[in-house]
Design a protein around this ligand. Structure first.
Ligand code: 5GP
Ligand code: MN
Length: 339
């Protein structure tokens, strides 16, 4: 056992103790929640309920409707307003690298005990207890271990929530974060009752036609720049209007860009329709690991993993592209011709 896993082990014990001792909890995750965020949120909620705790899930109203992929998850109980007894609740953040990724004042200003459970290497450790396992393929992997430690029975519903998180964060067990541990977890979940094909169909074969129309627009506009090192596209407000698609239907577009031969970085720049924070959102993927896209994201206040990261910005598309090309060149030691 390495020093790092020992440390994580003791944090896991601490979190388990905190959960056993606590009574009331509020669970949340990051904005624009993905499969790992929502699956982990629901899983911890069920674990706490099984243990007889009072648990509330919280997400802001702007996150609804959720991306269509995840609407089959039973998340009807999610709250959009702070509960009256918020100051008496232990707050648990899941899959959230920094507190600004859940931009609500009552949490930022809260004096509550905060448990921070995450797998992002750039997690700012904003919690009272920080259970950060960067070796975990997804936050749900940590939650799975936690459920075991707490002796909570793995019901089919709990297993389903964890499986959605695992499948989506590992790119269907194909990203480099996939290892024996993620496959052993998958085996445990399937033994507990996950219907693999049914989850796959719900996640990937229930797309509204508008999603494919939006994808078609995004693919039509692909640019291969920087001698093919950067595959990038732009999804504008016009694209939402003309296809009838909402911003939530942009999930997964980037997986197509990364497939282009020779791509080192894939990026999708999209207009944000919620009108709240930055005008645009940039999603990035590093295909072969040579570029650390989380470092690029941090320049603009974002973050993520080395191979998957994002940031919000008000820069117009052309300037985002210029910025990305500059950052890629800086990391690879120069432009394509000299590199
Ligand atoms: P996606 O491109 O799928 O939205 O996000 C990829 C990864 O980057 C996820 O791990 C996500 O949490 C992280 N990420 C995306 N946008 C941001 C951001 O604005 N700030 C931070 N800190 N992380 C982000
Ligand atoms: Mn995650």
């Amino acid at each position: 056992m390495t020093e790092a896993t020992e440390l994580v082990g003791s944090e896991l014990d601490l979190v388990a103790e905190e959960i056993r001792a606590g009574d009331r909890f509020l669970l949340t995750t990051h904005e624009n929640p993905d499969g790992d965020a929502l699956g982990s949120l629901l899983a911890v909620h069920r674990i706490l309920e099984t243990l007889g705790k009072d648990s509330l899930m919280f997400l802001t109203a702007k996150e609804f409707p959720l991306p269509v992929e995840y609407r089959f998850l039973p998340l009807e109980e999610v709250f959009h307003e702070p509960p009256a007894d918020i100051s008496d609740r232990v707050v648990i953040f899941l899959d959230c690298g920094n507190i600004d990724r859940m931009p609500v004042d009552f949490l930022r200003e809260a004096r509550n005990k905060v448990i921070n459970i995450d797998h992002h290497h750039d997690n700012t450790r904003f919690g009272t207890i920080n259970l950060i396992d960067v070796e975990a393929s997804c936050t749900a992997e940590i939650v799975y271990d936690l459920a075991g430690l707490l002796g909570v029975e793995m019901t089919p519903e709990l297993a389903n929530a964890l499986y959605v998180a695992l499948v989506t964060d590992t790119g269907k067990f194909m990203y480099e974060n996939t290892d024996g541990r993620s496959h052993r977890m998958a085996a445990g979940l399937i033994d507990a009752g996950v219907q693999v094909n049914e989850v796959y169909r719900r996640l990937y074969e229930h797309s509204p036609i508008e999603k494919l129309k939006l994808l078609a627009r995004a693919l039509e506009k692909i640019e291969l720049l920087d001698d093919g090192r950067l595959a990038v596209t732009y999804i504008s407000g016009d694209d939402y209007t003309s296809t009838g698609a909402s911003e939530a239907l942009t999930e997964g577009v980037i997986d197509h860009l990364r497939t282009v031969d020779g791509t080192v970085v894939a990026a999708v720049v999209r207009d944000q329709s919620d009108g709240g924070r930055a005008a645009r959102k940039v999603s990035m993927r590093s295909t072969d690991g040579r570029v650390d896209v989380s470092a690029i994201a941090r320049v603009h206040g974002g973050g993520g993993h080395r191979r998957a990261a994002g940031f919000g910005t008000d820069l117009p598309y052309e300037q985002v592209v210029e910025f990305l090309i500059g950052e890629i060149a800086a990391q690879l030691g120069g432009p394509p011709t000299s590199g």
